[in-house]
Design a protein around this ligand. Structure first.
Ligand code: SF4
Ligand code: MG
Length: 332
């Protein structure tokens, strides 16, 4: 079995008081295979960062299961969990906010090693820090500099070095390039790809921009309002998106070659993202969906595998409700 991480019906709700609950993540399921990059994409506020943080244990889950290498993380005791999380690290969106400005690069990268009791010898630890700096394309002599002495792209490299310090197998990258200049985004993506090859890493790559995840992901899950609405391999998602929300996200991406006639069905998203405190009944996308039918308000669409590995939650693909499917009508 190639599964490294399995997420089953994961929920993360936040209580807002006065009986109100924010359903940031409301029952998502997927598997991440060893060595792949699994992309999670959606507008800001769709719950993708919360999902990442819940998987990695920064938040306690409300319900569901996170199974890593066959073990249910939430059944582990404190000690087991602690050593376990050595294997899972996170790269954050903002390379400015995520590095302590008063710590040197050496201190920042050493910290996880100290916490886990690795490389207790100071000289060996510095050696390890310098190695990591080289791994991410920085100068090994920069260990005693401070974050403000580096550019945004370089700071993100420091964040990546810190994530690699414990030799993890699995890294959650939460919009690692969104805060960077366009000119350095490709460099950081290439670095992540190279490190993946060299170190056999598996990534969960979170982004709000489909063109960004496409470059790096083998498979992609599309999230909307705390739910995954479509999941398939990345080529298939671009070639044949099924869910109206995926189509809308893709409509926003220009076709790079002006000579190629663009025959894509365009869906322009109207209206605001509804509040996850009071999500629409039935299909969560129905308030913005141009195809919404009566049944979409009454029933939550089931998760269906349309083709091998291509999943969607939408009544348009459900024979029971779809108005366009007459396969059950007898022709005589
Ligand atoms: Fe649109 Fe209905 Fe499909 Fe939801 S289930 S995406 S409202 S057609
Ligand atoms: Mg986010």
């Amino acid at each position: 079995d190639q599964t490294l991480l399995e997420v089953k019906n994961l929920k993360k709700h936040f209580s807002l008081g006065k009986g109100e609950t924010l359903k940031a993540v409301d029952g998502i399921s997927f598997k991440v295979l060893k060595g792949e990059t699994f992309g999670v994409v959606g507008e800001s506020g769709c719950g993708k960062s919360t999902a990442g943080r819940t998987i990695i244990g920064l938040y306690d889950q409300t319900d569901g299961e996170v199974i890593f290498k066959g073990k249910n993380i939430h059944n582990m005791n404190e000690k087991e969990r602690f050593s376990f999380y050595r294997n899972m690290q996170m790269i954050f969106q903002d390379p400015y906010a995520s590095l302590n400005p008063r710590s040197t690069v050496r201190e920042i990268i050493s910290e996880p090693m100290e916490v886990h009791g690795l490389y207790p010898d100071k000289k060996e630890r510095l050696e390890r820090v310098q190695e990591l700096l080289e791994d991410v394309g920085l100068n090994r002599d920069h260990a005693d500099r401070y974050p403000h002495e580096f550019s945004g792209g370089q700071r993100q490299r420091i964040g990546i070095a810190r994530a690699l310090a414990l030799n993890p197998e699995f890294i959650i990258a939460d919009e690692p390039i969104s805060a960077l200049d366009v000119s350095v985004q490709a460099q950081v993506v290439n670095l992540l790809k190279r490190l993946q090859k060299e170190k056999g890493l598996t990534y969960l790559f979170i982004a709000h921009d489909l063109s960004m995840v496409k470059q790096i992901s083998s498979r992609i899950a599309v999230m909307y309002l705390g739910h995954i609405v479509e999941l398939t391999d990345s080529r298939q998602l671009y070639k044949e998106p099924l869910h109206p929300y995926t189509k809308a996200l893709l409509s926003a991406i220009p076709i790079p070659d002006p000579d190629i006639e663009d025959q894509r069905e365009r869906i322009i998203l109207e209206g605001e993202l509804p509040s996850p405190v009071d999500p629409p009944s039935g299909c969560v996308f129905r308030t913005r969906c141009p195809y919404a039918m009566d049944t979409c308000a009454a029933h939550k669409p089931e998760w269906q595998e349309i083709e091998t590995g291509h999943y969607v939650a939408c009544h348009l693909y459900n024979k029971k409700y779809s108005q366009g499917d007459f396969s059950t009508v007898a022709v005589s």
